[in-house]
Write a protein that binds this ligand. Structure first.
Ligand code: GUN
Ligand code: ZN
Length: 481
């Protein structure tokens, strides 16, 4: 059976969806915790009890394991791990990126993944390091694409195959790879080789790479961000249209004695409190946790619960249309995440098209809010206003005789028709006292109106305080002080 993906609701480029593979269905965005059969600080049964609907494991490890290979082949992966949800298997490409070589071919790993009953199989793609040069990225990508074609040809269009998108840091390669994967019929596309970017907090570059891949991947395909990551970056990634995460972070951080929170992490010995509602944190003091022989496992349990809860919070935010607010909150947790957030806002044109039309609210949170999709879309719609021959835009609420129409003004949006006072985003936007950045943003709306209505006389009335900004943003505008 092919992998299918149904989109139920949208926010920014994020989606609430249903991923079906074989007879398994999971809600997305989803986190597939990584499980290694040899070392399970958290068991699959515990993952299920925490609400994980799917998980991911490494087929290469199973295929090389004296202990697990035959068991998996005879009993199947679900039985061996004790998990009846969705199980995705990775191919060994990660080992390839770490050790430079693996002792398995593309078709061997795919046949093995099928034989052990995996729900989603990954071909042996080549993860190109983001610092590789173009020549290397192109050569690697050719091999990856040949393997995707080989997989489809041998296993048929309905095999539950993932189509990894590579291309290194080269944005055109990423876009083409995404497009080709779509053309080959892949409905589930992981974006690969981004772990080195995330490990070194290069979120600005990550955003450009993901946005480029997304441009090529069909909008209806489910997108997996391979190896992501820290829960603080999930909201940003979902806003770009990533639907699936697979994370070993819960276990890797636990091994280092690190305690995850939705917006960052801390060394557990530096904490005085465990400020989290999970069972581990509510039943241990920091001291007890530090001294416990089960310390690593307890930390892993906490870390995974924080990660799964963040995914649930993101799904709720999409439902409510408040994903921008969540992205804003999370991305202020680290300067490099803020860089990623700003990079995402620079892709406003691409995001505006996929964002939904009406939302529960728009909370102004500072300069970044002026670049949000809702502001761009509102201002783009000003082009289509039908105006009479003379119009007053009133920033101060005053009215003057001699105008055919008076438009009120709300920053960061701009002038609006009074009939739209109660509709989104004017009616549902909460802003503090006006500041220069938001007024300048609203003036972009005035400029847009002026530029698209040259036949109309447009005059602004405003307090002295805003006059300079209006005149600077809208050159030549007539202002009544
Ligand atoms: N895990 C993390 N990154 C990758 C990748 O690029 N490819 C595969 N197959 N697995 C990964
Ligand atoms: Zn906890």
């Amino acid at each position: 059976m092919p992998i299918t993906f149904e989109i139920l609701e949208k926010d920014i480029a994020g989606r609430l969806g249903k991923l079906k593979a074989g007879d398994k269905v999971i809600r997305t965005p989803a986190l597939l915790p990584v499980i290694n059969p040899h070392l399970q600080p958290v068991t699959a049964a515990e993952m299920k009890a925490m609400g994980a609907e799917g998980l991911i494991t490494n087929a290469y490890i199973f295929s090389r394991s004296r202990e697990f290979r035959e068991k998996a082949l005879s009993l199947g992966l679900h039985q061996v791990l004790g998990f009846d949800g969705l199980i995705m298997t990775d191919s060994g490409s990660f080992q390839l990126s770490v050790y430079g070589d693996v002792e398995i071919t593309n078709m061997e790993t795919l046949e093995f993944q099928n034989a052990i009953g995996s729900d989603i199989h990954v071909p042996l793609d080549i993860p190109t390091h983001p610092d590789s040069d173009r020549h290397q990225a192109e050569r690697d990508l050719e091999v990856t694409m040949a393997r995707l074609r080989e997989a489809k040809e041998h296993l048929g269009p309905d095999a539950p195959l993932a189509g990894p998108v590579q291309g290194g840091k080269f944005l055109d390669l990423r876009e083409n790879a995404g497009r080709e994967a779509g053309e080959l019929g892949f409905t589930f596309c992981p974006i690969g080789a981004v772990v080195p970017l995330m490990e070194s907090y290069r979120y600005g570059e990550l955003v450009d790479v993901v946005m480029s891949a997304k441009k090529g991947i069909p909008i209806s395909s489910c997108v997996h961000l391979f190896g992501a990551g820290h829960p603080a970056m999930f909201a940003l990634a979902v806003a770009m249209g990533c639907d699936i995460f697979d994370s070993a972070a819960y276990a890797l951080y636990a091994r280092e004695g690190r305690y995850l929170t939705p917006s960052g992490s801390a060394k557990v010995q530096e904490l005085h409190e465990l400020p989290c509602p999970c069972q581990v944190c509510r039943t241990h003091t920091v001291d007890e946790l530090m001294k416990s022989p089960e310390r690593e496992r307890l930390l892993a349990l906490h870390n995974l619960q924080v990660s799964l809860a963040e995914i649930a919070r993101i799904r709720q935010a999409i439902q409510d249309g408040v994903l921008w607010e969540l992205v804003d909150e999370r991305c202020r947790g680290h300067p490099q995440l803020l860089k990623g957030y700003r990079a995402l806002l620079n892709h406003g044109k691409a995001l505006e098209g996929s964002d939904r039309v009406s939302k529960r609210r728009f909370f102004y949170r500072g300069a970044e809010s002026c670049e949000r999709t809702e502001v761009r879309r509102f201002q783009a719609l000003l082009d289509r206003l039908v105006l009479p021959s003379s119009v007053l835009i009133s920033l101060d609420g005053r009215e003057f005789p001699g105008f055919d129409l008076t438009l009120p003004f709300k920053p960061p949006f701009g002038p609006f028709m009074d009939e739209l006072r109660e509709t989104f985003p004017i009616g549902q936007s909460e802003i503090p006292d006006w500041d220069e950045v938001m007024v300048a943003s609203g003036c972009r709306g005035i400029l847009r109106l002026v530029e698209t209505h040259r036949e109309c006389r447009i005059v602004v009335s405003c307090q002295e305080r805003w006059r300079d900004i209006v005149e600077r943003m809208v050159p030549g505008i007539e202002v009544i002080p």
